[in-house]
Design a protein around this ligand. Structure first.
Ligand code: APR
Length: 245
């Protein structure tokens, strides 16, 4: 993170107009929640999330997928918002801030951000895989297990996580809210996403196409390419407070 990058990025974000923060897994990395496509640890080392997170994987082997999602719930429940989440929440005291996240954790909410749209659903909103009725499933196991049978719904279906799997539609409410927020934004801050998963990855392009400055925080290469006005090469916990406080 160079001082030039910080200066340029602060200037692109200045002015106090509505800000959209678009976050991906890198936002929560410093809270101890592993990303999807960086070097993997724990359960992520043994399973390829892009293979588990599909309707086909669920149909083939629901017990393995359920165990993996319940383990992620346990992990996220024990994690705490990091300096990046907290700086985003503080910024909302001074200007309109809409958080649009691909993350299925609740760390933006727990940091205190008042408006959070979850494009890919939530780990904690279980529903029946057959009739879609919301289901209460109790706390997740304390220990990782390889397989766990999902509880059954009264209709005979199984409880499934309320997340969006590859090949599934995004929930329309959060998506429409995200597009409207970008249309009204004075600036967009993109934090910790590889920019590979659509349609979320198209939101920065939408902003750039409307002439809205796009600042990206990512210690790795930009996932977004030429639509980015300034790329700050640093982690969320380092850069977001430096940009927004
Ligand atoms: N701070 C900021 N960025 C970071 C940090 C950090 N501490 N650590 C890693 N990153 C960056 C990586 O360089 C990478 O570009 O975060 C990005 C994480 O990329 P992915 O793991 O692909 O996460 P994401 O873009 O959110 O994935 C999109 O894919 O599997 C799905 O549905 C899942 O929502 C997810 C979607």
């Amino acid at each position: 993170m160079t001082t030039d990058q910080i200066r340029e990025a602060r200037s692109a974000l200045a002015g106090g107009g509505p800000l959209v923060v678009l976050s991906g897994a890198g936002m929560s990395a410093e809270s101890g929640v592993p990303t999807f496509r960086d070097a993997q640890t724990g359960l992520w080392e043994r399973y390829d999330p892009t293979e588990l997170a599909t309707p086909e994987a669920w149909r083939r082997d629901p017990d393995t997928a359920w165990a993996w999602y319940r383990w992620r719930e346990h992990l996220v429940s024990g994690a705490r918002p990091n300096a990046g989440h907290l700086a985003v929440a503080r910024a909302a005291a001074a200007r309109d801030v809409v958080v649009v996240t691909q993350n299925v954790d609740d760390l933006h909410e727990r940091a205190g951000s008042p408006v959070v749209h979850h494009l890919h659903g939530s780990l904690f909103a279980h529903r029946c895989d057959s009739c879609s009725t919301p289901m209460e499933v109790g706390p997740p196991p304390e220990q990782a297990v390889d397989r766990l049978a999902p509880p059954l719904c009264a209709c005979g279906g199984r409880a499934r996580p309320g997340v969006v799997w590859f090949g599934e539609m995004l929930p329309s409410g959060p998506w429409e809210a995200a597009v409207s927020a970008i249309e009204l934004a004075a600036a967009v801050l993109v934090v910790g996403t590889s920019g590979l998963v659509h349609p979320a990855a198209s939101l920065p392009d939408l902003a750039a196409g409307a002439g809205i400055p796009v600042v990206e925080v990512n210690p790795g290469p930009s996932g977004l390419g030429p639509t980015v006005t300034v790329h700050v090469r640093a982690t969320a916990g380092e850069a977001v407070p430096a940009l927004l406080d």
